[in-house]
Write a protein that binds this ligand. Structure first.
Ligand SMILES: [Zn+2]
Length: 612
């Protein structure tokens, strides 16, 4: 599963018991049921989560080894190759990072004098910048925002075609008030600003921090830390405030003063900078790419329609930006639950169905996706380059993290996306001693989302988040294979019914209300605290899965395992409380916090710092 950018969108509703009716429709559908072998399942998990697989990170030999293992298993079962060119593999390129190459430069010509800025000291390209050279005159476009809903547009009556546009970070303070949100609006996202400038014909974007809060420094963003699209379609660099201010002052203006005027009146102050100012910008970035593979096998049915069973087999490798144990970067993140558990389930279901003597009515596609942790890339690639006709796919069933079922409780998402899915699942569940929390929507941080966007009904099987999520400690011996086998029997039964029965009609379900969104490309909002919340705990405080070394939280003596219950004046019941309280704070604030540690309440003073 990709990192939860928000609290899981599972609106928990009590299970509805339809036992009496459901038991009447057992019929022939039980043929493959209760054949899942927990011991075999466990072996697959063990293999996939072994050190040899190196955490199955994109671009590692470990991921290729895992893919090869899946292919061998599918072959052994006699399943048809369903990848490209008669193979089991479908390859695609993923971007695993970016690196600054030689040849970045920013040369300022002012009143005939040329001045070369220093990379990383005066300016820095952003990782999603286009590569290339541009030069031209410079204009100021405020926050670079076109916010019709708030009656504000920095580009009204202001032509920036073929100009280099300076924009401020963040947004006018009034946006947040007007939006009624407790946090910045999308107009503050760097990518929104870049695309807005690009669409208006600008040649490049220069970003500046602008006026700083108390205790805040004028820092350049860290190139390596930024996430975003591969290439936003326009060169974009950040310069230090002092650099930009000198350009404004050459024209008798003040950037700082202009920003104050915008903020006070919520009116744009866009303007051209002196004619004698010219910038010459060259951005040279290398995208680090790797070839990865989806592994695909097919069991033909009597008709050309088919059911997709899917699970992603990639994980985080040795950590990286999505690790929730940043202090353990470099260690293998085994990903036994995420998602060796689902992948092993896919293999076990492939065995169960391939050993059936009777041909299924509809076929079954077994799809092991790569690139999921980088943003559902493998499934997105498959639906845009399907190796079987997409309109013949009757439903997609996704297994992502199914190995840690506790007390027989599972989550099934997507039950609203197909006309008969909910009743189908409810009917089957009664025979498997499982309790289900249902979610109607088919949008979540895993691969079935790629299918629901193609109007294919989906079901998502999930056993819940836990403290080992996205950490090296997600290891094979913590997997409950007997419980997972029970769930697989349920998935098998549902698959059989979808293979034989009425084709579900797609139903559009709006995504459930989301929690605090994580903006892309901004390096985070609000001051820096330094704790990593434990996604396994969602109530009565925020447990720290980890604390970043050298962070404000760490300096204040807070540790992994502490449960935050008070942040300044705010009692903290959950992650929302904490997120909002942190956003309302400022860099430099000293916040009294209370945590629970081993039954004791411990107080600490945390001095909030600037994110860098
Ligand atoms: Zn994950």
């Amino acid at each position: 599963m990709t990192v939860w950018k928000r609290t899981p969108a599972l609106r928990l509703r009590p299970r509805v018991l339809g036992a009496a009716l459901a038991s009447l429709i057992i019929s022939s559908a039980l043929a493959a049921v209760e054949k899942t072998d927990a011991a075999r399942y466990r072996e697959h998990v063990k293999v996939l989560a072994a050190n040899r697989m190196e955490g199955r990170g994109a671009g590692t030999r470990g991921l290729d080894r895992a893919g090869h293992y899946l292919e061998q298993e599918f072959k052994r079962l006699g399943l048809q190759a369903a990848g490209e060119d008669g193979t089991y593999a479908q390859s695609f390129l993923v971007t695993t990072g970016a690196r600054l190459r030689g040849g970045n430069s920013l040369v300022v010509t002012l009143n005939g004098a040329e001045h070369k800025l220093r990379l990383r000291d005066d300016y820095i390209p952003l990782s999603f910048s286009s590569v290339g050279s541009v030069s031209g005159p410079v204009v100021f476009a405020g926050y670079g925002a076109s916010a019709e809903a708030f009656g504000y547009d920095d580009y009204t009556h202001f032509d920036v075609k073929d100009k280099i546009v300076i924009v401020l970070r963040r947004e006018p303070p009034a946006f947040q008030e007007k939006s009624g949100r407790q946090g910045p609006t999308p107009h503050s996202h760097l990518i929104t600003k870049a695309i807005n400038a690009r669409n208006r014909g600008a040649r490049a974007v220069i970003l500046v921090n602008g006026n700083l809060g108390k205790g805040e420094q004028d820092l350049l963003l860290r190139f390596e830390k930024l996430a975003g699209p591969e290439d936003v379609g326009i060169p974009i660099v950040q310069v230090k405030n002092a650099v930009a201010e000198s350009w404004f002052q050459a024209g008798g203006a003040s950037l700082s003063q202009l920003q104050r005027e915008i903020d006070e009146k919520s009116e744009p102050r866009s303007r051209a900078l002196p004619e004698s100012l010219r910038l010459s910008l060259q951005v040279n970035i290398e995208k680090l790419r790797s070839k990865v593979h989806n592994v695909l096998a097919y069991l033909p049915g009597k008709s050309d329609e088919y059911v997709v069973l899917g699970a992603h087999y990639d994980h985080l490798g040795r950590g990286g930006v999505n690790s929730l144990a940043p202090s353990q970067t470099g260690q293998i993140h085994h990903g036994a639950d995420d998602n060796a558990s689902g992948t092993a389930g896919l293999l076990e279901l492939a065995r169960v169905f391939s050993e059936e003597r009777a041909k299924p009515e509809r076929g079954i596609l077994f799809a092991a996706f790569a690139g999921e942790e980088l943003g559902l890339l493998g499934s997105a690639h498959w639906v845009s380059h399907p190796t079987l006709p997409l309109n013949k796919a009757v439903a997609m069933l996704n297994m992502d993290m199914i190995g840690r079922i506790q007390g027989g409780k599972i989550y099934v998402g997507g039950v609203g996306t197909g006309s008969n899915l909910r009743s189908l699942v409810e009917g089957a569940v009664t025979r498997h001693e499982l309790t289900v929390d249902y979610s109607a929507s088919g949008y979540a941080a895993s691969d079935h989302t790629s299918f629901v966007t193609q109007r294919i009904p989906v079901l998502f099987f999930f056993s819940g988040l836990h403290s080992d999520y996205h950490k090296p400690s997600d290891t094979w011996e913590k997997i409950d294979s007997a419980a997972a086998a029970n769930l697989l029997d349920l998935v098998a039964e549902i698959t059989e019914q979808l293979s034989a029965g009425e084709r579900p009609q797609f139903v559009k379900v709006e995504a459930e209300t989301r929690g605090p969104a994580s903006p892309s490309g901004g390096g985070g909002y609000g001051p820096y605290f330094g704790s990593i919340p434990d996604f396994g705990q969602v109530e009565n405080g925020v447990r720290f899965a980890d604390v970043r070394p050298g962070s404000p939280a760490s300096k204040a003596g807070l540790r992994a395992g502490d449960v935050l219950i008070q942040f300044g004046e705010t009692p903290v019941k959950n992650l929302y409380d904490f997120t909002y309280a942190l956003r309302r704070s400022k860099v430099g604030d000293v916040v009294e916090v209370k945590v629970l540690r081993g039954g004791q309440t411990v107080s600490a003073s945390v001095t909030l710092e600037q994110r860098r």
